[in-house]
Design a protein around this ligand. Structure first.
Ligand code: ASP
Length: 301
């Protein structure tokens, strides 16, 4: 069994952006599926899927991400190998085009797990990952949106989700032919966040978790609430104790998120049998999945 599930954010995706989201997750899924079908690793599949989504300006990851209150892009990401328990995370990086690849480098080549800001960028340079400029990451759509709220007081992170503009964090979970599970998540975070604000996405256990003996999870949504309920690991634990049912675990996770933290967002889960779970309490969630028992992928918003 090989299996792959990916997401492109959970929010109120307006009708005119639905096609772009479907196209993005569909193309990214194909890239990952090709890797897994050719015997490639779950880690490679997750990295390459997320690279594609980071480069697609439809999504709030890599180029095209939301700007923070200073008008800058600051990116967060994480990856976890569920067989070795090795992980890599970065937060508040301003000059990295594909943060998930920097996470992978940290996972593979560092004794550390989590690097932030300029230290993460220094590690990137030392390990052959090139640095980009803010102009490579900032796009006009986001600059105009940021300008439109300047001078308005009381704009909170939670309010950011009411904006009908792209808010899609991206994530992927893969099971490869050797039975390994990997999960990863990448985001520009919330619109107009305080400089230095870090959300759930780069936090192992909140935005991303993988344990090959159980499954893998990637989350998206209001990060402050996700952190409070340690969302990704909570869903993994629920799977462990419900005989590995990823759908029931995802649904229960979203219920906990709402009840305990008044949170909103979405979660994708994959168990070690290659079965899927998806739950969200936002109006929409962009996601796509396929496993070796399916004839064609499911692309859903
Ligand atoms: N969870 C992300 C954050 O709070 C945002 C999102 O998923 O839309 O940084």
């Amino acid at each position: 069994m090989i299996s792959l599930i990916i997401h492109g954010g959970a929010w109120d995706i307006p009708d005119e952006l639905v096609e772009a989201h479907k196209l993005g997750v569909s193309k990214a899924l194909n890239i990952g599926w090709e890797i897994l079908s050719n015997g490639g690793s779950a880690v490679d599949a997750v990295e390459k899927v997320i690279n594609y989504l980071e480069d697609d300006i439809t999504f709030d990851a890599g180029r095209g991400s939301h700007l923070n209150a200073d008008g800058e892009v600051e990116l967060d990401a994480s990856i976890m190998n569920g067989s070795t328990f090795r992980c890599g995370s970065v937060a508040a990086v301003k000059n990295i085009k594909n943060p998930i690849s920097l996470c992978r480098k940290i996972m593979d080549e560092s004794e550390h797990i989590f690097l932030v800001g300029s230290g993460a960028e220094k590690f990137a340079i030392q390990h052959g990952i090139s640095i980009c400029s803010q102009d490579d990451l900032r796009i006009e759509r986001e600059i105009l949106k940021w300008k439109s709220i300047q001078g308005k007081n009381g704009f909170s992170t939670k309010d950011a989700f009411k904006f009908h503009t792209p808010a899609g964090t991206v994530g992927a979970v893969a099971l490869d032919s050797s039975g390994n599970i990997c999960a990863g998540t990448s985001t520009g975070g919330t619109f107009n966040k305080h400089p230095g604000r870090v959300g759930d996405s780069p936090l192992i256990g909140c935005g991303t978790y993988a344990d090959t003996s159980i499954g893998g999870v990637s989350t998206t949504g209001w990060g402050e609430a996700m952190i409070k309920v340690v969302m990704a690991k909570t869903v993994i634990d629920l799977m462990e104790f419900n005989n590995g049912d990823p759908q029931a675990a995802a649904e229960k996770g979203i219920k906990i998120l709402k009840e305990k933290a008044d949170g909103f967002g979405g979660v994708i889960a994959l168990n070690n049998r290659g079965e899927f779970g998806v739950a969200y309490n936002t109006p929409k969630m962009a996601r796509a999945y396929i496993n070796s028992q399916m004839n064609s992928p499911k692309i859903l918003i």
